[in-house]
Design a protein around this ligand. Structure first.
Ligand code: ADP
Ligand code: MG
Length: 735
């Protein structure tokens, strides 16, 4: 783009006005779930017998027969057509980013030359999308391109535009999962069964344990004109070059600041549409970096919460375009300012009550609380490397360990009170059970504020440590290392399966004690005490950003690996393979196939970045820098024509120095872009996907960063009028 065009685009961006967002006639409580085939609508559109069968399927482990499916499909079709739907699609979550769909019309030939609308139970329950274009890690050879998508009745169908969307799992012809939903459902089943068995030690009536997830989605907005003028942003989701803006987030004036009108209109539109689709949006605010925002719903059952997050990310991109923005979900779109994450707030609850909730007055409740906390910590300790593997990606790697996001070491923050309780339990004896009530009674204590009319506040004494990747925050754990762009399922599969494993062991060990006559609560306390000692290394309340912590974590035996391709290895550790086998979440073949895909994806991302970066350097940056340099050289020569040699030299000192600096930077860039191309060539010749990913990590990725520093220096030197790419200061401040 020529520089004049750049100024035009910037000018346009500043002139834009908010898009009108019609205010809905009803209140959110009335339009919430308008486009969702909820239980209430099922009850209205299905016969009582069919509805009852559906409830059994949704709540229990019952599977659907085809006759019922036909009846359900008929009711769905009627409801969807009333909302204007003409098409239907199975909506699934392949191992690439985002979601996939294949639309089919409702219409079929009626056999008499006309058309009728039809939607059968078979179409609802199962389809065979051509799976050859989705990654399978070699599970499915190309000639056997069949994969099945199968309806997940636990996640309600919904209408989006003219399409009835059916959430499905996606599996290979041979039964292996090719998606995120299938293993997630297995992990949730595992944690349900294992946690129910443990909860029954305390409350024999418990029948079911539910895993809950409340995600907090961070994102950036950029004006679409400026976005289009940045090939790097367009092709890779992040800026590969760009000098810091003089003002960015130093003033902390963005966080909780006033939301610009244009952005507010976008948010309002997004929220209305999300609520209509049944996503329970609750909070929105600015984030730390300029142009960065967050949206969080009320937590839900994990399977549904994951679907809602995938749906929201899709919706965000769509609504942003309508408002002349692009929504960036990349974890690090801009260097030098905070990236975007997606905190995953996780908890377990039974069909009769909560499990991780801050303690009450009853000793039984307290021991139950401590048991679930400790077993979660033990799972995180045992599988800390795997949990890190569940959140890494080429893009999230830019965020981790940079003094803004949790470090690339998983540890858990517990806060003073919980730490005290665990210490106390550890040093008590098996009879101490009744004393627990005193200690854990007051999780919240009143704080008197000397401000007139402001009532006493309840201060949550789980003080917030922002540097902890896995923090206990009162009634849940907050897994903060998850990336903004990620499918939460990846983290939730690893976490729920790992917790299921420790709970399975826990119940076994308690049973082994009670079988020999020990009182149940004594046996529980005894086992918990052992585990408090065992999981101690994962507990860290200090500053996770400090260098001392890295050394200390290594001493404790925590995984400190920072290279993405090597972190991915953790999925194939014997401990991980065994855990996933015991919990029936993944077979070894599935783990191997999925790892191939992860390494391949990593390589592709860096490969694309390297290509675009090299091109931009050679055909945008170098020519412009050289042109400016020629102008300077020209001016130095002309000085000599006007002034005596000595004066001319004096007057040209600055320009000569600039000429020299430009030469240094441009030759560094030119030489190293050649090396970058070479490094790619060498890496591409490597046969093993894992080794290739390692080569990309070790040789290609660092070169991009090295060269970038020189490009960014040039941006400061070269005449602003010549600079071809929109600058950070232009992109980062929406008016
Ligand atoms: P923060 O202070 O971390 O920004 P928010 O209140 O904005 O907290 O969001 C926290 C998220 O945690 C929300 O999605 C909320 O619904 C969720 N959450 C709250 N309690 C639980 C719980 N017991 N289990 C799971 N998620 C929860
Ligand atoms: Mg949070």
């Amino acid at each position: 783009m020529s520089s004049t065009l750049r100024f035009q685009v910037v000018g346009e961006a500043f002139k834009k006005h908010p898009v009108e967002v019609p205010t809905p006639a009803e209140r959110p409580s009335e339009f919430f779930g308008k486009y969702v085939f909820s239980r209430k609508k099922m009850a209205a559109y299905l016969t009582p017998e069919v509805y009852a069968k559906m409830v059994d399927v949704m709540d229990g482990d019952a599977t659907l027969d085809l006759t019922t499916a036909d009846a359900v499909a008929a009711g769905m079709k009627q409801w969807a057509m009333e909302l204007g739907a003409t098409h239907t699609t199975h909506w699934f979550q392949p191992l690439t980013e985002g979601t996939a769909e294949k639309h089919d019309g409702f219409v079929v030939h009626d056999g008499q030359g006309g058309m009728i609308e039809e939607f059968t139970g078979k179409q609802l329950v199962q389809q065979e999308p051509d799976a050859s274009s989705f990654p399978s890690g070699g599970i499915r050879s190309t000639f056997e391109a069949r994969g099945y998508s199968a309806w997940d009745p636990a996640s309600p169908v919904f209408v989006m535009g003219d399409t009835l969307m059916i959430p499905t799992v996606f599996i290979a012809y041979t039964g292996e999962a090719l998606d995120y939903k299938a293993p997630l459902k297995k992990a949730l089943r595992a944690v349900d069964h294992a946690a129910t068995a443990v909860a029954q030690l305390f409350y024999p009536d418990v029948r079911k344990v539910i895993s809950n997830l409340g995600w907090e989605q961070e994102y950036f907005l950029v004006d679409e004109g400026l976005y289009a003028a940045r090939p790097d942003l367009l092709m890779t989701g992040r800026t590969l070059m760009g000098h810091d803006s003089a003002k960015n987030q130093q003033m902390d004036d963005h966080y909780f600041g006033n939301i610009p009108e244009r952005v507010a209109a976008f948010m309002r539109d997004l929220e209305i549409q999300a609520l209509e689709l049944g996503i329970p949006c609750k909070t929105r605010h600015n984030e730390a970096a300029p142009n960065q925002f967050e949206l969080a719903p009320i937590f839900e059952e994990t399977n549904l919460a994951v679907d809602h997050n995938m749906l929201l990310m899709m919706l965000m991109k769509r609504v942003a375009r309508k408002h002349g923005f692009r929504c960036l979900l990349h974890e690090k779109p801009f260097a030098g300012i905070n990236g975007s994450g997606k905190h995953n707030n996780w908890s377990l609850a039974t069909d009769t009550g909560v499990l991780l909730h801050a303690p009450g007055k009853e000793p039984l409740e307290n021991l139950r609380f401590i048991t679930f906390i400790v077993e979660t910590l033990l799972a995180v300790w045992r599988h800390n490397g795997l949990l890190k593997a569940s959140i890494v990606s080429a893009s999230n790697a830019h965020r981790l360990g940079l003094g803004e996001a949790p470090p690339a070491i998983i540890s858990s923050f517990l806060g003073k009170q919980l730490s005290d309780v665990l210490d106390y339990v550890e040093h008590s004896d098996d009879n101490a059970f009744t004393e627990l009530s005193e200690l854990t009674k007051s999780s919240k204590h009143g704080l008197r504020l000397d401000i007139p009319q402001v009532p006493e506040l309840l201060i949550d004494n789980t003080y917030r440590n922002r540097t902890s990747p896995f923090a206990f925050t009162g009634n849940r754990f907050e897994f903060r290392a998850v990336g903004a762009e990620a499918n939460c399922a990846s983290a939730m599969i690893a976490l729920n399966a790992a917790v299921a494993e420790t709970l399975l062991d826990f119940r076994k060990r308690v049973d082994a004690l009670t079988v020999n006559g020990m009182d149940t609560m004594k046996a529980v306390l005894h086992t918990v005490r052992e585990d408090i000692v065992a999981c101690r290394p994962i507990h860290f309340d200090g500053n996770g950003y400090s260098d001392e912590w890295k050394a200390e974590a290594a001493r404790r035996g925590l995984d400190t690996e920072a290279s993405v391709p090597l972190i991915i290895d953790r999925y194939l550790d014997p401990d991980s393979v065994e855990m996933f086998n015991r919990t029936h979440v993944f077979t070894l073949a599935e783990l191997q196939a999925r790892n191939e895909i992860k390494w391949e994806t990593y390589t592709k991302k860096i490969q694309i970045e390297a290509r675009i970066f090299g091109d931009l350097c050679m055909n945008h940056i170098i020519p412009v820098a050289t042109r400016y340099q020629s102008q300077l050289i020209d001016s130095v020569h002309k000085m000599k024509a006007i002034f005596p040699a000595e004066t001319a030299a004096k007057l040209s000192i600055n320009n000569v120095s600039l000429i020299q600096q430009i030469s240094e930077h441009t030759s560094f860039i030119t030489e190293n872009v050649a090396r970058l191309i070479d490094a790619r060539r060498v890496a591409n010749r490597i046969e093993s996907v894992r080794q290739r990913a390692i080569a990309y990590h070790d040789t290609v990725a660092p070169l991009i960063e090295d060269i970038r520093r020189h490009v960014d220096k040039l941006e400061l030197i070269v005449d602003d009028e010549l600079w071809p790419l929109p600058k950070y200061r232009e992109m980062l401040f929406i008016r």
